[in-house]
Write a protein that binds this ligand. Sequence first.
Ligand SMILES: Nc1nc2c(ncn2[C@@H]2O[C@H](COP(=O)(O)OP(=O)(O)OP(=O)(O)O)[C@@H](O)[C@H]2O)c(=O)[nH]1
Ligand SMILES: [Mg+2]
Length: 220
Amino acid sequence: MLDDTGLSAEQIEAGEALCHRRWGFVKGVVDIKFLPVADRAEIAFAGRSNVGKSSLINALLRQGGLARTSNTPGRTQELNVFAPVAGEQAPEVYLFDLPGYGFAKAPKEKVDTWTSLVKDYLRGRPTLKRVFLLIDSRHGIKPVDREIMEMLDISAVSYQVVLTKIDKIKVPQVEALLAATSEAIKKHPAAYPAVIAVSSLKGTGLAELRGTLARVLEIS
Ligand SMILES: Nc1nc2c(ncn2[C@@H]2O[C@H](COP(=O)(O)OP(=O)(O)OP(=O)(O)O)[C@@H](O)[C@H]2O)c(=O)[nH]1
Ligand SMILES: [Mg+2]
């Protein structure tokens, strides 16, 4: 039976099991030539600087401190790769925590370098199953997000919008924002139609996102 997120109980359970495993840091990639061999499924978390990508990975995996977070936009400066620690029937998967695009408290030259690294990775990785495209629920979709969405549309890379930090907005606003965002992504062919709203701080929406991971990875 499917719940109102469209996920089955098995997918929710498989997502929990996946995220309950112990995950470790594999490597930080500063140049596309240092990417790990593309031999397994990958999921990436992308979004503007400070939107909450690293915090979301830590919250999903319940491993605070795995991905480094900060108040200052521009914390993550490499493509950081995480994988379940081997030896316990770990599914073969990599999670990618990407540097933010757009504004960051760092020299423009550096930001430009990360942005092109992110773009090269996103459009050129055959094993990339889905990109979770994080949007701060207080700010909505910005022109720089649209630019990335259009690039993913052109490259036919599947992406799904995740609204972050929903603890910062009022509860009735969440529904309206979900509806407006679902409408806005309709014209984007590679955007998965369902939008997920999360709070890494409060844990809202995390079970849905974990179940979605299981569904995308076909492990339930
Ligand atoms: N209130 C609230 N704050 C959050 C949430 N998620 C992240 N934050 C805060 O937002 C700030 C940025 O979080 P990060 O996870 O470092 O963001 P990021 O997208 O990885 O940032 P960059 O690596 O700089 O691109 C930190 O101060 C977090 O504590 C959330 O769900 N609710
Ligand atoms: Mg980060």
